[in-house]
Write a protein that binds this ligand. Sequence first.
Ligand SMILES: NC(=O)c1ccc[n+]([C@@H]2O[C@H](COP(=O)([O-])OP(=O)(O)OC[C@H]3O[C@@H](n4cnc5c(N)ncnc54)[C@H](OP(=O)(O)O)[C@@H]3O)[C@@H](O)[C@H]2O)c1
Length: 297
Amino acid sequence: MQVFVTGASGWIGSAVVDELIADGHEVVGLARSDASAATLAAKGALVRRGDLDDLHGLRAGALEADAVVHLANKHDFHDMAATNAAERAATETLGAALEGTGKPFLLASGLAGVAPGRLATEHDPSPFHGPGSARGGSENLLLEHTARGVHAVAVRFSPTTHGVGDRGFTGVLTSIARAEGVSGYPGDGSTRWAAAHVRDAARVVALGLTKAPAGSRLHAVAEEGITTREIAEAIGAALDLPVAPVAPQDVAGHFGWIGGFFALDMAASSALTREVLGWTPTGPTLLADIAAGAYTG
Ligand SMILES: NC(=O)c1ccc[n+]([C@@H]2O[C@H](COP(=O)([O-])OP(=O)(O)OC[C@H]3O[C@@H](n4cnc5c(N)ncnc54)[C@H](OP(=O)(O)O)[C@@H]3O)[C@@H](O)[C@H]2O)c1
């Protein structure tokens, strides 16, 4: 299959490209810079130059491909309105290009807000609808395309999709601990984050491309829930720093933009994903990765 991958040069995207090529697919990766284009070409992927805001380019990439995997995201946490608007526009454009074709369209989503206080399952719908909501409501928008002849599949990544080289949430938390001289956790530290090693998460995408039913949600979740206190303790041990609670009213000041995410309960099951895909995660756990120096080495 020729697979058009947006975000192909990113943390998860790079691992997805490796998996897709290993499975014998031809990958066309979207790249907005010479550096990203060179990285993709070195992996053996074809390159489509373009930006997420170039909707004509996104449409052309989707029309030419046998499948689309949409992983790009602006991730401007200081301008979430613009980030979410771009995500919705890209989803609309890619979905419209695939209407009536029956082609797979896999889209990155997350676990925030899905089922706080309990394990989210693949049956739980995203609570976000419409342009003004988180991620521009892209997961629900994607799944609406099932009725329009698109083989739509949402892939919910764990809030920490970890490994050596990750500059995402666990990387940011490690930097904050280093800067503050203390590894903090919000409140009583009992809220949980699901986790997966990046190679395991990428395998979910590659398997989902051929095995996930249209309209389904996949959970790229290897560990159901690690408490924020456990995460802070592991970071503190790796950096040889004290570990301390951060009172709810101080969370935003201490952690900045990531405080709201760190305080969110995002535990999830992947039982259905494992069954449907025949997927068994094999990578290291989050705490093992942190202890082995993945974030401090
Ligand atoms: N990592 C996680 O733990 C996690 C958890 C839940 C959900 N997700 C979602 O999973 C997806 C992949 O995440 P990630 O961690 O791999 O993100 P990432 O490392 O930040 O990569 C983002 C990708 O998007 C591309 N991109 C950003 N702005 C763009 C633009 N204006 N035009 C074209 N491309 C653009 C980047 O290209 P450059 O290489 O040129 O910068 C990069 O390839 C995202 O939708 C993310 O929100 C991730």
